[in-house]
Design a protein around this ligand. Sequence first.
Ligand code: FAD
Length: 427
Amino acid sequence: AVSFFWFRRDLRLEDNVGLFYALQSEYPVIPLFIFDDSILDSLPKDDARVGLIYDSLLQINKELQSIGSSILIKKGKTQEVWQTIVDEFEVKKVFFNKDYEPYAMDRDDCICQLLEQHAILSYSFKDQVIFEEKEITKADGLPYTVYTPYKNKWLEQFAKIKPLQEYNTTQSFSNFYKSNFDFPALEQIGFVESKIKVKPYTLDGLANYQEQRDFPAVDATSYLSPHLRFGTVSIRKMVAFADKTNATFLSELIWREFFMQILYHFPKVVTQNFKSAYDGIQWRNNEEDFKRWCEGRTGYPMVDAGMRQLNETGYMHNRVRMVVASFLCKHLLIQWQWGEAYFAQKLLDYELSANVGNWQWAAGTGCDAAPYFRVFNPDIQLKKFDEKGIYIRKWIPEFDLGYGEPMVDHAMARDRAIATYKAGILT
Ligand code: FAD
């Protein structure tokens, strides 16, 4: 008889809540990862995120091998895979950490039903956030839709649970099932190595975070986002660090949870405007314009540098994400869903809640969003945040030879955006 721990977006052995409890169970624990065909089938064969997952699993497997265990890797439709597992092993208990995305919640419900039919107990845990679901709500029990009061309540509740518990799994490593499962090659999963690699995160350069984080040429941010997305670091450790050292950095980690709870309470935001009053906006949705934006050929250096950084590295600096998103929605009047989908394909740190939340923020359709009449001027943004042009020269090497004409005139686009929004917003 065995227990299973099912890894998903928590790819680490240390400080992992579900794994901690799995190792306390009375049965030896088999660690499992499933490459889910319903997700993988739509990805390009050199998708860098699959590579990141693969490398993280390889690392976990190495650690497990040093104590005589190994990870079981399966590929297929999740439900069919679980069916084969319950046929193959005498499974008593299954442990996993919660995932709050609509697709994941449906998937987990199905698997829990399947397990129940086989009299297998399942246990799920909060691991990827400090506060989940309905833990931070207004006095009347309704979710917050404005960031600042959410943050204040978050900090108030956080003060009550500090210091955060650490889930030390190492002391129970002997409870892993002794095994030597085959570790497949990336090609066996149907993928090849990507040219794009994830940057390691750093907490060393954050001393000037507050002053410098908006300047894309300066390496002043943490690069934590893909690591938090795939759980290769523990959010509790990062929050404890931020709480001790840097309030602005902590505030960014709270934004992450803010958008996660918005997605949890309002799953319609994945495809629809949070503010339905904005449903009447007449987007231009010009495909040729969209292509120029995707390829970084708008003629606005800040926008083009950002898109090229994204295309080449799977990352874009936050300030520049705000500029390119505003440009797409307001200058080009292309609906935010197109930009969101493009980011989803390219970003190594693609996170449904943050991506949708920030895109809707930029489009003005989201909760606590930028007002519709705020239209970033990409040239002023460039002057303010990359005055010497260091960032743009890095991504647009031909810049000094003279740069092409802007694809739309700023003043015209600004007036057009404001007029279109005004006419479209239902009152
Ligand atoms: P740091 O400045 O070091 O921030 C630390 C962490 O705080 C980040 O790793 C992230 O987890 C969190 N954080 C910071 N800013 C935000 C924010 N605005 N919203 C939510 N969490 C935040 N972030 C994603 O993780 N995934 C996405 O898919 C994503 N899409 C975005 C789309 C648009 C249009 C915009 C404007 C922003 C988006 N962001 C997204 C937020 C932000 O740009 C990235 O989290 C940040 O640039 C990652 O770099 P970092 O880890 O060095 O950030």
